[in-house]
Design a protein around this ligand. Structure first.
Ligand code: ADP
Length: 257
């Protein structure tokens, strides 16, 4: 609590007592802490690629290396640069959601095609890990009422996580159902799962269960928070259930057209 007080006086200045104001600053304090933590996270996430790029480019400039080494160093610089690009693109997207600048165009989108397009973009990764994908979408599924770009991004973030955090030869089930009001999409993997103690923090910006594992897969730790913020802004819902080493199920709810 923040405490403010002032003497309480009568018109002739005689003291009657004290006026005490107790202000609950817990929320204010919490927000302040979150802001600080966010800035610290952004700085840290960008510092790593910057340091790597700096040291590799300095070595390239200062020493005469074999062509093979030169190429290796350049590919590292390129990879780290791509990582920074992804982080900044994700941050810009979050900031656009924060400021409500998303310029949405809400339209009717075919549920089957939206899922199909996402899977197509991920087909290389899916083949690499030899994952089997099972789709369970009824013929009479309703269209989704959403912004196409936002919907694609949500599906991409969720389905790419299922792919990233699956083991080789894993199985991913994607099912959809609809009623008069909503279209529900369930993405279920039998991958590494999420420990129970991490589940309620998983939607926080930059939160990851295993930093190094996420990084090595190109993750920024922002994918789930972007998905949640987009879906909240569209009046939908996202739920995640998981069992460590058993797998994860994400359920998305959209408005039906
Ligand atoms: P990242 O870019 O690291 O994948 P996300 O915000 O998309 O960031 O996810 C946050 C963290 O949640 C991930 O680092 C990972 O630890 C965990 N996670 C998300 N989806 C899954 C999943 N399907 N299976 C296991 N862990 C997951």
């Amino acid at each position: 609590y923040k405490v403010k007080y002032a003497p309480y006086k009568r018109e002739d200045n005689a003291n009657l007592g004290l006026i005490v104001v107790l202000q609950d600053i817990t929320n204010e304090h919490k927000l302040d802490m979150m802001r600080k933590e966010f800035v610290a996270n952004v700085s840290h996430e960008l510092k790593t690629p910057i340091t790597t790029i700096k040291s590799y480019s300095e070595t390239l400039l200062e020493s005469s290396l074999e062509e093979e080494e030169v190429n290796h160093f350049i590919s590292i610089i390129n990879r780290e640069n791509n990582r920074m690009e992804r982080i900044v693109a994700d941050l810009l997207q979050l900031s656009n959601i924060d400021y409500g600048n998303s310029n949405w165009h809400i339209e009717e989108i075919d549920t089957y095609s939206a899922i199909g397009e996402t899977l197509e973009s991920l087909s290389l990764l899916i083949d690499e890990k030899n994952l089997s994908i099972k789709l369970d979408i009824p013929m009479d599924i309703k269209d989704i009422f959403a912004d196409k770009h936002a919907l694609n991004q949500i599906l991409m973030n969720i389905i790419s996580n299922a792919v990233k955090y699956s083991n080789a030869d894993g199985k991913i089930n994607i099912s959809a159902t609809s009623n008069h009001f909503n279209v529900n999409i369930k993405v279920q993997d039998n991958g590494i799962g999420i420990p129970e103690e991490d589940l309620n923090r998983i939607f926080e910006r930059f939160y990851r269960v295993e930093k190094s594992r996420s990084r090595s897969m190109g993750g920024t730790g922002l994918g789930l928070s972007i998905a949640k913020e987009l879906i909240d802004a569209m009046g939908g819902d996202i739920k995640i259930q998981s069992q460590l080493k058993e797998g994860t199920t994400v359920t998305l709810t959209f408005k039906a057209a």
